[in-house]
Design a protein around this ligand. Sequence first.
Ligand SMILES: C/C1=C2N=C(/C=C3N=C(/C(C)=C4\N[C@@](C)([C@@H]5N=C1[C@](C)(CCC(=O)O)[C@H]5CC(=O)O)[C@@](C)(CC(=O)O)[C@@H]4CCC(=O)O)[C@@](C)(CC(=O)O)[C@@H]\3CCC(=O)O)C(C)(C)[C@@H]/2CCC(=O)O
Length: 217
Amino acid sequence: MTKRPPLHYIREPSEIYAESFATVRKEARLDRFDPSMQPLVTRLIHSCGMVEIADRLAFSPNAAREGMAALAAGAPVLCDCEMVGAGIIRRYLPADNQVIVTLNNPSVPTLAKDIGNTRSAAAVELWRDHIDGAVVAIGNAPTALFHLLELLDQCWPKPACILGFPVGFVGAAESKAELAANPRGCDFVALRGRKGGSAMASAGVNALAAGLPEDGT
Ligand SMILES: C/C1=C2N=C(/C=C3N=C(/C(C)=C4\N[C@@](C)([C@@H]5N=C1[C@](C)(CCC(=O)O)[C@H]5CC(=O)O)[C@@](C)(CC(=O)O)[C@@H]4CCC(=O)O)[C@@](C)(CC(=O)O)[C@@H]\3CCC(=O)O)C(C)(C)[C@@H]/2CCC(=O)O
């Protein structure tokens, strides 16, 4: 067997994180974000490897602060799909917050037929009892975000913060544009355009759950 030279790469987790976040801070344009938003934006970039997304984020001024406060107060996290829920680092959650995904509830396929929409949209109907003051994380389904906005128009209670990261070519850009144009009185963060994804939505929740660094930066 040929003896190959050892591969050189960083093996220490804390060193990997430190170098990664330092690279994001060096290469991304973070100065337009206030200190409460910068850790969130850094973590979003870290989750997808694209520093340019910083320029495509739409957000309300208090989004990060309100999202952090909601989690600290014990609010649940409502996710559009299992992938978003799976990416949430439970040990970061400040109040052992519930992470709720209703997509695979047995009633959802029938509900989807009844309302003439996707399973992802139907699953949002089951958020009714949890939505007041919650953190919503949508990383996959444009129809989930569209339907949430429709339900807010029907006077549903408001979540504290909506993280809008649906991805793809059908409805993703449009659903996020609608959120940014009219967030129905909710705080929000959304990535404009086709890019997004479950990993980004999870990363957004993880940033809110981790809170601000102790020096406030
Ligand atoms: C149209 C859909 C799109 N899905 C995308 C990308 C990915 N989806 C994955 C997986 C495994 C799932 N997607 C579903 C949510 C499924 N995807 C849809 C729907 C048909 C409609 C949603 C919508 O348009 O709003 C949706 C089914 C539904 O009736 O709601 C999923 C539930 C499908 C299933 O289980 O059968 C499933 C969710 C699994 C979970 O709970 O986590 C992918 C991994 C790709 C794959 O199918 O293998 C990928 C993940 C992307 C991510 O980061 O989340 C798009 C691109 C969002 C696409 C919508 C737009 C388009 O351009 O087509």
